[in-house]
Ligand binder design. Structure first.
Ligand SMILES: Nc1ncnc2c1ncn2[C@@H]1O[C@H](COP(=O)(O)OP(=O)(O)OP(=O)(O)O)[C@@H](O)[C@H]1O
Ligand SMILES: [Mg+2]
Length: 302
């Protein structure tokens, strides 16, 4: 099956600033595809080009087989977009926001009301149907923006930092809703995030970006496994000790030992008071900090 998004040498300039630099990637249909990167990496710019909110400066970009420059209007009709900032109409109620957006897609009023009712139910917003948007909490507003993005039954749902600034319960709710959506509708998810747990939880494919370029891509677990042994031991507030079997890096006041088995780390664990050490799997944060933050990570000899 052809990919739903295909980018080749995709580039975006804002005046003299090059925000996205000749990136090439594809997103398979049905994927849960994540863009991970620090502030200013170019995540939003990339998503906004795919959502046809801004045109590429150069390179090729197709979405669902359509050209992002020539067919922007048709592409917009086929996808849902949750921008980084909630851009709801604060003077309208929850239901009015949904119905106003449905008019943008020329949905028949009856269809729009039916669809809006289903989405209010699905996103657990029924109790807030007639509430004015300005009275809603951050989590409710985010759920409403997601509901709004689904009003036209998109094939592709693009979410720019869907849970930034939300509390842990609301983040879990939104993740569960996205899981259910992927199961019920044949949806491709394209998500940007700063959160490693979100990327690990939601995405089966990742593009890690920094300063407008792709620095790694692939399945999150495989990406970690390619660069790190499976076990990590964090040791806080202490000098590193020699360990022939473990690779060690320093991150601020913490040393992290990586090894293939917990047994290889046991002598190190025994060398420190228990509350100094934490044994855990190597994770995406280890990879991210190694790829993006060499000025914070130091390889160091014990
Ligand atoms: N409208 C704009 N005009 C000028 N420069 C912009 C504009 N939007 C973004 N930029 C610049 O482009 C670069 C990429 O920004 P972008 O918003 O795509 O990054 P991001 O990865 O989404 O960052 P964040 O994690 O902070 O949301 C940054 O240097 C940013 O300052
Ligand atoms: Mg952004």
């Amino acid at each position: 099956m052809s990919p739903i998004v295909c980018a080749r040498h995709l580039t975006k300039d804002y005046g003299p600033r090059r925000a996205v630099k000749q990136i090439s990637f594809t997103v398979a249909r049905g994927a849960r595809f994540g863009l991970l990167g620090p502030n200013g990496a170019g995540k939003s710019t990339t998503l906004r080009m795919i959502a046809c909110r801004i045109p590429p400066t150069s390179g090729e970009l197709s979405v669902n087989g359509l050209d992002a420059r020539r067919d922007a209007k048709r592409i917009r009709a086929q996808l849902g977009f949750v921008p980084q900032e909630n851009n709801l109409d604060p003077d309208l109620s929850v239901i009015q926001n949904l119905l106003a957006y449905a008019r943008y897609f020329h949905l028949h009023p009856h269809t729009a009301r039916e669809r809006a009712a289903k989405l209010l139910h699905f996103l657990a917003l029924e109790d807030y149907r007639n509430a004015r948007v300005e009275t809603l909490s951050g989590g409710l507003k985010r759920r409403l923006v997601i509901a709004r993005a689904l009003i036209n039954r998109p094939h592709l749902l693009i979410l720019d930092e869907p849970t930034a600034g939300l509390d842990p319960h609301v983040r879990q709710q939104i993740w569960n809703m996205l899981d259910r959506l992927c199961r019920l509708e044949q949806l491709t998810l394209l998500i940007s995030t700063h959160y490693m747990d979100e990327a690990e939880r939601l995405c089966d494919q990742l593009l890690i970006m920094d300063q407008g370029r792709i620095v790694a891509s692939g399945n999150p677990r495989q990406l970690v496994a390619q660069r790190f042994p499976p076990y990590a031991l964090e040791v806080r507030h202490a000098d590193a000790i020699p360990s022939p079997n473990a690779r060690v890096i320093r991150r601020a006041d913490t040393h992290i030992y990586f090894a293939s088995t917990p047994e290889e780390l046991a002598p190190i664990i025994r060398s420190y008071p228990p509350h100094y050490t934490l044994l855990r799997p190597a994770n995406l944060e280890d990879l991210f900090l190694e790829l993006i933050g060499p000025h914070f990570d130091e390889e160091c000899a014990p």
